[in-house]
Design a protein around this ligand. Structure first.
Ligand code: ZN
Length: 367
């Protein structure tokens, strides 16, 4: 097990709380309850990536809690059953559009779960940057309510104000499937992210409405044309909450250097994912024995192009295959240690850990 003591003897983590771009823990709570094996976020569990004890152990200060609704909530198809091995990699059949009524119903349950966690005292739902700052100061986990795919919103956007009132402060117009707003990228390696048309008219309306309300627009899972459509019309910093560098791992989910540069130019941030298939050179998702230096290489590539002030963590805890060297939220200080080993100083680490997310939220949210 890697030491938390860095080579020069200093410990990185106690005063560096870490905000994170993405987790699917609400869905993990929901599906476990549906299967009759519920677990307590406050008390933790034997497996899984994120719960309150793990967060405390890792100085994990919070982040974006996604509401994601899979096509089949009760019987999700195992990845291994649909993955097709190709000559030079693999692909998963492109997901069908989801039923908006079903997404709406499940989303309201997931939002209810997050409110329940706030009611029991496990976390604070962040509705303003001041709320996030309060969490960093008092150690209460900060939860930013995020919609991963906007199917719960009708193309006329009538539902958007109610979702804002319920605490939604971030949304990705699409997950990796088509919907009324845009087209997500398929899961495929190797593949360009240029996989289809960009934003629809409803998608453009959605981005403008998010700008007006002060909801962050997340470009993870968006195809390349959709990405640059958003770049053209959005008045907010561009953000991809959980992705990696396509130049190092050519997965369709990863962002190109041109996308990275656009995010830097806008003052935005890239949350670097821990999902091994988006990080490994060979794209193998079944090989978690990946050194953290590989994750560091992605962070370093992005920081090298656009600066340390535009890169952060975007783990995808409870939604992806984690590397053995950073399997859960308790282990995130190892990421900071790994960055210190390549020469990042305290100021860089604080920016990466929470300063960059805070800056983007301050520039994006109203109030
Ligand atoms: Zn995702």
């Amino acid at each position: 097990m890697p030491s938390r003591v860095v080579p020069d003897g200093r410990r990185t983590h106690p005063d560096v709380p870490i905000l994170d771009g993405h987790n699917d823990t609400l869905l993990a709570l929901e599906t476990a309850a549906l299967r009759g094996t519920p677990w307590s976020f406050a008390e933790g569990r034997d497996d899984g990536d994120l719960d309150l004890p793990r967060a405390r152990a890792g100085h994990f200060a919070g982040g974006f809690f996604a509401c994601f609704v899979p096509g089949d909530l009760e019987e999700p198809t195992p990845w291994a059953d649909v993955l097709v091995v190709t000559d030079d990699g693999w692909e998963v059949p492109y997901a069908e559009a989801a039923d908006p009524d079903q997404v709406r119903a499940v989303t309201s349950g997931l939002i209810g779960r997050l409110h329940g966690l706030e009611d029991e005292g496990s976390l604070r739902i962040a509705r303003s940057a001041a709320d996030v700052e309060a969490s960093l100061a008092d150690g209460t986990l900060a939860a930013i309510l995020h919609l991963e795919g906007a199917e719960a919103i009708d193309p006329d956007l009538a539902a958007l104000p109610d979702l804002y009132a319920a605490g939604v402060r971030s949304l990705g117009p699409v997950w990796s499937r088509p919907n009324a707003f845009a087209q997500g990228v398929p899961f495929r390696f190797p593949s360009s992210p240029d996989t289809g048309p960009g934003l629809t008219d409803a998608g453009r309306r959605l981005v403008r409405a998010c700008n007006e309300l002060g909801i962050m627009v997340d470009l993870a899972h968006m195809n390349e044309r959709g990405f640059f459509d958003v770049a053209e019309i959005s008045s907010a910093p561009l953000v991809a909450t959980h992705t990696a560098a396509h130049a190092l791992t050519p997965s369709a989910r990863n962002i190109t250097d041109a996308e990275i540069d656009a995010i830097g130019d806008s003052g935005g941030v890239v949350g670097v994912i821990l999902n091994v298939s988006d990080l490994r050179e060979d794209g193998r998702g079944d090989r978690p024995d990946m050194p953290l230096s590989r994750w560091v290489a992605h962070v370093d590539h992005i920081a090298g192009r656009i600066g340390v002030e535009h890169v952060a963590l975007g783990s995808d805890f409870d939604g992806a295959a984690m590397p053995l060297d950073c399997p859960d939220a308790a282990a995130v200080p190892r990421l900071l240690d790994a960055l210190r080993e390549i020469g990042w100083d305290d100021e860089d680490l604080r920016a990466f850990a929470h300063g960059n997310w805070l800056r983007v939220l301050n520039a994006t949210w109203k109030g």
